[in-house]
Each structure stands twice: as C-alpha cells, then as structure tokens.
Design a protein around this ligand. Structure first.
Ligand SMILES: [Zn+2]
Length: 128
C-alpha cells in the first residue's frame, strides 16, 4: 500500500501531499514548480532508508546509523525526539524496542537534517 507523502514547495512554500513514492512528486498545485528529477531520485534513495525506520521493527543499528549520518549526538537527537538520552541509547543498542511514535519522529528528525556538503547550492549565493 502506497504511503502518503507531505512536502512543501521550495519556491512558494505551499504544502501539499501525494500518494506513492517520493519520486512521484507532482508539480506544486500553486505555482507549478517541479523538483529536479535527479534531486528527487537522491531524496528517494534517502527516503527508502528512512522508511525502514518508520516500520515496526527497524534494526537498532539503523537507528544509530541514521542519527550519526545526520550529524546529531545522542543528546541532541534525544532532545529533538523528546526522549531521555538513556532511553534512546537503549533503543539504539536493541535493549528496548523502538515504538511507533519514536520511529516516526526519527524519520522526521534525521530526514530533516541535511549535511551541508551534500546540499546542492541553489540560486542566491551568499557567503553567509
Ligand atoms: Zn509552489
């Protein structure tokens, strides 16, 4: 069963959802903006990994791997996820089963953090 995906338009900020895979992302209903297919494919690959987090029993290793890839420390991640760091550590070591809510929070928290080096530079170039 295909899942519902939510996204917001990078151009006008309009939020919209669709059914299916990330790469099936339709053009923005407001401004018609389409994402670069190559970018969508890359995001799809990432999402496929993250989706494993959202299923009922992802491996503890995966939880840790995704967190590390997001550049978050255990404490930072625990704060974002709203859990006790010790509890998160237990989950990552397989001492405690991952629960649904936490899995979803993880997918969001880890998916939302892009490493700056991988990010395609778009449009406005500022030195910061
Ligand atoms: Zn738009």
């Amino acid at each position: 069963m295909p899942s519902m995906i939510d996204a917001s338009c990078p151009k006008c900020g309009r939020r919209f959802g669709w059914c299916g895979e990330l790469r099936d992302k339709p053009p923005c209903p407001r401004c018609g903006h389409r994402d670069d297919p190559a970018e969508l494919a890359a995001a799809q690959a990432k999402m496929d990994r993250l989706k494993e987090l959202a299923v009922s029993n992802p491996t503890a290793d995966l939880c840790r791997e995704q967190r590390v890839q997001s550049g978050l420390s255990l404490r930072q991640a625990a704060k974002i996820l709203g859990v006790d760091p010790r509890r998160l550590s237990d989950v990552e070591h397989g001492r405690e089963p991952l629960w649904d809510e936490l899995a979803k929070a993880m997918a969001e928290a880890y998916g939302a953090v892009d490493s700056p080096s991988e990010r395609p530079v778009s449009g406005t170039g500022g030195e910061g």
